[in-house]
Design a protein around this ligand. Structure first.
Ligand code: HEC
Ligand code: HEC
Ligand code: HEC
Length: 110
């Protein structure tokens, strides 16, 4: 009888641990609008990750929304030429607030 209780106890414990950890992983994935991938054949696609952006993690959404980006993917007219002129991603990726637009491979992955 004692053994059966122990088995049930540990089964429940394992279940609770699994539930909690998947909730934590789901929360990390779901920061802001998640991941957004811009495709570029020439340079390799660019994945913007909300979860890797300190402002998004700190719930400071207004660092980007709505002034720099609309809250709908591919709706803000993000273009490389404008990024190079310090707009969109280039507002921060200027080598001061974050790595520079000149380090292409930090954004473009083949
Ligand atoms: C560092 C800049 C930045 C921050 C901070 C940020 N976002 Fe975003 N967000 C973006 C970009 C870039 C896009 C895509 C815009 C586009 O493609 O036109 C986007 C898109 C979105 C979308 C649309 C996703 C979709 O699939 O259409 C939602 C929702 C969103 N963000 C919510 C949030 C919330 C909530 C926060 C705060 C927790 C936040 N964002 C903080 C940059 C940011
Ligand atoms: C409000 C400022 C801000 C804006 C706007 C912004 N970023 Fe960032 N980004 C940061 C900061 C801060 C970091 C972390 C510090 C660093 O890596 O220099 C970062 C890190 C990154 C990283 C490295 C982390 C990772 O995901 O591997 C990538 C890639 C990136 N940003 C892409 C983009 C793209 C693409 C855009 C435009 C769609 C963008 N960022 C717009 C501030 C910004
Ligand atoms: C901060 C992130 C970031 C960095 C760094 C970056 N890019 Fe981009 N790039 C983007 C995003 C986002 C797009 C997608 C825009 C679109 O859909 O047109 C893009 C698109 C492009 C495109 C295809 C669209 C076009 O306008 O022709 C080319 C080519 C390009 N980048 C070249 C470069 C080169 C060359 C560098 C380095 C000198 C560079 N990029 C650095 C974010 C970045």
């Amino acid at each position: 009888m004692k053994n059966l209780r122990l088995v049930i106890f540990f089964a429940l414990l394992a279940f609770v641990i699994v539930c909690f950890s998947s909730a934590i992983f789901a929360a990390a994935k779901n920061i802001g609008g998640g991941n957004i991938t811009y495709t570029s054949k020439a340079m390799g696609s660019v994945t913007f990750k909300h979860s890797k952006h300190p402002d998004a993690v700190k719930n400071n959404c207004s660092a980007c929304h709505p002034k720099i980006f609309k809250q709908k993917k591919f709706s803000s007219g993000v273009k490389m030429a404008a990024i190079n002129k310090g707009k969109y991603c280039g507002v921060c990726h200027n080598g001061k607030k974050a790595f520079s637009v000149k380090t292409c491979a930090k954004c473009h992955k083949k």
